[in-house]
Design a protein around this ligand. Structure first.
Ligand code: MGD
Ligand code: MGD
Ligand code: MO
Length: 773
């Protein structure tokens, strides 16, 4: 795969050799040749990722930002709440003028309100590269220059599970990253039951870097050995054909009911591992009363679950029997918990795996989120990779990350989180670098109202995302191809020298240089830069890895040797099954880090919080917004295959997958026919929160009653002056609901919502998302 088409970069000299670089979607090398960027995947990668094809076209695309810009209303009237954000004009400024203005505004907010009025959570994946990692840069800048900021905790990825799992099973990082590996599945698993699947499109990316895409090969080899893969969910493509998967098509959002029924069947037939339950768990007797219907009169049996999940009762019973007595692995995709009551399937899967007696066995038990990202199911590096120290944040206040609009709309209001009653702070200035809330957040019309509330919104971006368009001050940053860095991830053995492959676009600067310029104006330059240039930081950060290698008695090349190599292979820790393996072997000596030291089927801690939307043990809770006559379909807004989130949506691979410029939604033939919709038509998806257009693909790979539209098409409001403009490009977050998973975790619920769909018959509005404002 060598990509040759792209935007010409005439000012760049031809390069004699390919130089290494990396992205969240894979290690590669590239060179400039005849003014074009040529990209080659890492030769050791068995299954390279086509998302690399977005680079050549993206590099000099018109969607890039060329110059610092300030919103006219902000420039003329000063900071303050303003509903014109997102539809106002921008005025180009010189770097000096822009940094002077922003430096003064930061000083004003700091002096008048304190750093507790600055929201610097700045959630987002930004780019690979450990030094120019935008979130680390913005945090370090706000800490060293303002004394801190209101931060965010948890992630859009795992909002519910990362709060729940420590209460009931163990540390999130241990359970996801040091548990069941692909190698164990290849060698040991008899049956893998994957709720939400393990789609290859997802495991093709990993935050920071990935040098080998191993998942397709691992599933193929396991399948050839005789391992059975069963996919539970609404989309057939969520497991690859190489896994030979059986597809159990289910109604989204009903997995907890299905898991309860599987367990009910096991108990009814005496197939649960009672010894494991007695030895390693707490709360089974209480939970069993709920399961058997002794507490509420409703046994959670297969007949009960069948109509909820849309699966025949006999199929549930047969599946339960197949799990018992075999090396069974339960996998739950992140997607299941990115929904209302998302804590429940994560918890219930742990109970099911415990009842099967499989926790801690090689290739068995519970692999939460395996296959969702390429750093799960792999060995950890035995040495630390370089990181940028972020300094000290003196502000104690935080929000669960997905509560941003609530915070901005309702300062001073109380909310529940992980057993606490907390209060939203009063934010005056929001600073974003390396994330795209108009990609990641839900109910975008509400988010627009929220961003209208602040005094000032600052955004560093490489492209004109909707977030940049809603900012008051837009500072153009380089993309990773335009700077030097060190690439790596804690679960990939290759540390990559990321060479500069092109000059910065227009006047774009590195985030580091932007912050250094601001720090100079705030008199905090020494604290922020510590007197180092970017180059000197790279050398400084590399030393940590070099020293750790030397301490292990391993070859520890110096920085120059590393820089001129194709990459440094790091030692890795053994694939030893981690905490669950040790616990299983000796639950007394190796207690789990839960309050009881055991698997908590009933959690006294969570019961003590007293929140009805996340009670003492896993339960089936009805959705509060079920399908209705007005919105009969369930929308699955999952991750896109042709890009990472919204990144480089204007790149060639992403745009090639669209039709008539729109993102493609998938529908079942029955649902399409009922609405007079034909293959390739443009459809309008709508609900009371908003509407968007998409092209349609009609396929029986989607369950009837479900429509799937991936995330990541840049928000493109038809008329931004309207209160609820239609997105003409296909961003599903105009439709999703901005509520927390529950009072426990307050996680993002963007995966599922209810919608209606119709054929769009109006004049097709043009796509403007990639044209500069
Ligand atoms: N409906 C729905 N919504 C979802 C999800 C879902 O399943 N359904 N999934 C959620 C999940 S799991 C996640 S993780 C989030 C992802 O949300 P984000 O991480 O916010 O999405 P990205 O598109 O990766 O945003 C990164 C931004 O950083 C910019 N960038 C890249 N490099 C640099 C740099 O060097 N400097 C600066 N300053 N900027 C840079 C990119 O141009 C891009 O705009 O989305 C969430 N949203
Ligand atoms: N190509 C690509 N890969 C990515 C990303 C990307 O943007 N692009 N993002 C990365 C990130 S940040 C993350 S966090 C992970 C996310 O990992 P996930 O959240 O697991 O990924 P999704 O694709 O959103 O969802 C996986 C599948 O779950 C199914 N599903 C949805 N709801 C339900 C349900 O209620 N029950 C069942 N049984 N199935 C359901 C959907 O059919 C969907 O295709 O992906 C990572 N990988
Ligand atoms: Mo994520």
């Amino acid at each position: 795969m060598t990509m040759k088409t792209g935007m010409r970069v005439p000012e760049m000299q031809d390069m004699p050799v390919f130089l290494p670089h990396t992205a969240h979607w894979g290690v590669f090398s590239a060179r400039m040749h005849n003014g074009l960027l040529e990209v080659r995947p890492h030769p050791g990668d068995p299954d390279p990722n086509h998302i690399l094809d977005n680079f050549p076209t993206a590099l000099r695309h018109r969607a890039r930002i060329a110059q610092p810009m300030v919103r006219r209303g902000w420039l003329e009237h000063g900071p303050g709440p303003d509903g014109r954000r997102g539809r106002d004009e921008f005025v180009p400024l010189s770097w000096d003028a822009a940094l002077d203005l922003l430096g003064a505004e930061l000083a004003r907010v700091r002096d008048a309100h304190g750093p507790g009025a600055v929201f610097g959570g700045s959630y987002g994946w930004s780019s690979a590269g450990r030094f120019h990692h935008a979130q680390s840069q913005v945090h370090r800048f706000l800490n060293t220059s303002l004394g801190g900021y209101v931060r965010s905790v948890n992630s859009y990825s795992s909002g519910a599970s990362s709060v729940l799992l420590p209460h009931i099973l163990g540390e999130y990082e241990d359970l996801t990253k040091g548990n069941v590996s692909w190698a164990q599945i290849e060698a040991h698993s008899d049956i893998v039951l994957a709720f939400g699947g393990m789609a290859l499109k997802n495991s093709m990316v990993a935050g920071g870097s990935v040098s080998q895409h191993i998942e397709r090969g691992a599933m193929a080899r396991a399948h050839r050995r005789g391992c059975e893969f069963v996919l539970v969910g609404p989309l057939r493509e969520d497991l690859p054909t190489e896994a030979g998967a059986e597809w159990l098509s289910t109604v989204p959002g009903t997995d907890t009911a299905l898991m309860l029924a599987l367990l009910h069947t096991l108990v009814l037939e005496g197939l649960q591992d009672q010894d494991f339950l007695d030895r390693c768990t707490v709360g089974w007797p209480v939970f069993a009363q709920y399961l058997l219907g002794e507490t509420d009169g409703q046994p959670k049996n297969a007949a009960w679950a069948a109509p909820i999940c849309g699966v025949a009762a006999e199929a549930i019973i047969a599946l339960a029997r197949r799990l018992a007595g075999r090396r069974a692995l339960i996998v739950v995709a992140h997607s299941l918990q990115r929904a209302e009551h998302g804590e429940q399937p994560v918890w219930m899967a742990a109970v099911l795996a415990a009842a099967l007696g499989q926790l801690g066995l090689p290739g068995g038990g519970y692999a939460y989120a395996l296959g969702a990202i390429a750093y799960y199911g792999r060995r950890a590096n035995a040495v630390p990779i370089p990181t940028l120290p972020q300094g000290r944040n003196t502000v104690r206040d935080f929000i669960p990350v997905a509560r941003i609009a609530d915070m901005l709309l309702h300062p001073g209001t109380a909310y529940r989180y992980n057993g606490q009653t907390r209060t939203y702070p009063d934010i005056k200035l929001v600073y974003w670098a390396g994330g795209n809330p108009f990609h990641h957040h839900q109910d975008l019309n509400r988010l627009r109202r929220a961003f209208a509330q602040v005094d000032t919104l600052v955004v560093h971006e490489l492209g004109w995302t909707a977030t940049a368009r809603h900012a008051d001050i837009v500072l153009p940053c380089t993309m990773s191809l335009e700077r030097e860095d060190i690439g790596g991830s804690s679960h990939d053995p290759l540390l990559v020298p990321m060479h500069k492959l092109a000059e910065p676009f227009g006047q774009a600067r590195d985030d580091y240089d932007i912050f250094a310029g601001l720090a100079e104006r705030l008199g905090t330059q020494a604290a922020f830069t510590e007197g180092r240039t970017s180059q000197q930081w790279l050398r400084h950060m590399y030393r940590r890895t070099q020293t750790a290698l030397a301490d292990m008695g391993l070859p520890a090349p110096d920085y120059d040797a590393f820089w001129h190599s194709e990459g440094l292979t790091l030692p890795q820790s053994p694939d030893d099954g981690g905490q669950l393996r040790r616990f299983r072997a000796d639950p007394v000596a190796h207690k789990l880090p839960t309050p009881s030291g055991k698997v908590e089927i009933v959690s006294a801690t969570i019961a003590g919080f007293g929140d009805a939307d996340c009670p003492a043990h896993p339960v089936w809770l009805e959705p509060t917004e079920p399908p209705s006559a007005a919105t009969p379909l369930i929308l699955v807004a999952n991750q896109p295959a042709t890009r990472l989130h919204s990144q480089l949506d204007f790149g060639g691979h992403s745009t090639a997958s669209k039709q008539r410029g729109r993102e493609v939604a998938s529908m079942h033939p029955q649902d399409a026919a009922a609405r007079g919709i034909g293959q390739g038509d443009i459809i309008r998806l709508f609900n009371p929160r908003g509407a968007c257009l998409a092209a349609v693909r009609i396929t029986d790979g989607v369950r009837a009653g479900v429509v799937q539209l991936p995330t990541g098409a840049w928000y493109d409001p038809e008329d931004p002056a309207e209160e609820m403009p239609m997105c003409v490009h296909g961003n599903p977050n105009v439709l999703t609901r901005d509520i927390g998973t529950s009072s426990l975790a307050q996680g993002c619920t963007g995966q599922l919502t209810v919608v209606q769909v119709e054929r769009f018959t109006g004049n097709l509005p043009p796509i403007k998302a990639f044209d500069p404002p």
